[in-house]
Design a protein around this ligand. Structure first.
Ligand code: BDR
Ligand code: CA
Length: 307
């Protein structure tokens, strides 16, 4: 079993990534940490708790609040994709006195590094939001961060267009200075960029044929969160829904789902048109980057873990 920590900015696809992780016996999710991103930090933290109350995990993870703003630049959000609350159209009520987590008093970076110290070279950190908490860990306890076995990051657009600007992807664009620090840290990492996450998506036919028939809490949550209209047989405000963050979890569960190449990458941190762009070249940090994916096999895994 792999010990994992999930750092996220829940977010519809972050919520789906948590479901996939907690429903996978190959993973032991020790902690879930939150960072400003798709929605402001308070919402992210509430959403982590809501998703955990849906999941009701037998082994309660430790949760911690992280950074409420990036190291440099203004906090940006993605309400147009994830809705006002961050969970799309899904409504989950938190019940008084029911806690499916253990609350850490300290910040996210401290929880991450303390778990890494306790389990040296055994913990995989899955980062599916802006990289601010990871950069704070590097600034404050590099030794702790170096005790991580690996970091798997959903982020970046390497040989494809960005999704915030033509050059940059949301998680990197939100805090490029943090991303640069993480890339340059020398910690073993795998980057799961838009190049592959744009190939794994939900379609109306997949919802009809494979998701709706499951008919449980999780398939219902998926339909509500993604705004799937069962009568019209379409998502209300988009054609398809990308499974960015679940793919990063999928890569940890089964690394053979993707084909990786080692690339030299730098992050553009100068303000301007290219803010947050990943530049491939001869200089920069050597990063293991997923450039190919077996989309059908991943979708099979994802849908099967809704059960
Ligand atoms: C990434 O940005 C967020 O909106 C998603 O949750 C995902 O982590 C995709 O660019
Ligand atoms: Ca995310």
């Amino acid at each position: 079993m792999k010990i994992v920590i999930i750092d996220c900015d829940v977010g519809v696809d972050d919520a789906l990534a948590l479901i996939l992780a907690f429903h996978s016996s190959a993973l032991e999710v020790k902690a879930v940490t939150g960072v400003n991103g798709n929605v402001p930090l308070d919402r992210v933290f509430e959403n982590i708790q809501k998703v955990l109350s849906l999941l009701q995990p037998t082994n309660k993870p430790i949760i911690a609040r992280g950074a409420s703003s990036p190291l440099k630049g203004k906090a940006i959000h993605a309400h147009s994709v994830h809705g006002r609350t961050g969970l799309g159209e899904a409504k989950i009520e938190l019940k008084d006195g029911e806690e499916w987590w253990t609350l850490s008093g300290g910040p996210a970076w401290e929880l991450i590094t303390s778990i890494a110290h306790q389990h040296p070279q055994q913990v995989t950190l899955i980062a599916v939001g802006p990289l601010t908490n990871l950069a704070l860990g590097i600034q404050k306890d590099l030794d702790g961060m170096k005790h991580l076995k690996e970091i798997v990051i959903m982020g970046g657009a390497v040989r494809t267009r960005g999704n915030v600007t033509p050059h940059a992807e949301f998680n990197i664009y939100s805090d490029p200075v943090a991303a640069k620090m993480v890339f340059e840290s020398g910690i073993p990492m795998t980057l799961v960029p838009l190049d592959v996450t744009h190939r794994v998506f939900l379609t109306p036919s997949l919802m009809e044929e494979r998701v709706k028939p499951i008919g449980n809490t999780f398939s219902k949550f998926l339909m509500e969160a993604t705004g799937y209209d069962t009568k019209a047989r379409r998502f209300r405000n988009r054609e398809t829904v990308f499974l960015h963050d679940p793919l990063a979890v999928g890569v940890v569960i089964d690394p053979t789902l993707v084909k990786n190449e080692t690339l030299c990458l730098t992050v553009e941190t100068d303000e301007g048109e290219h803010w947050g762009k990943l530049i491939e070249g001869k200089e920069g940090s050597q990063i293991n980057v997923s450039l190919g994916v077996d989309a059908e096999r991943f979708l099979e895994l994802f849908v099967s873990r809704l059960r």
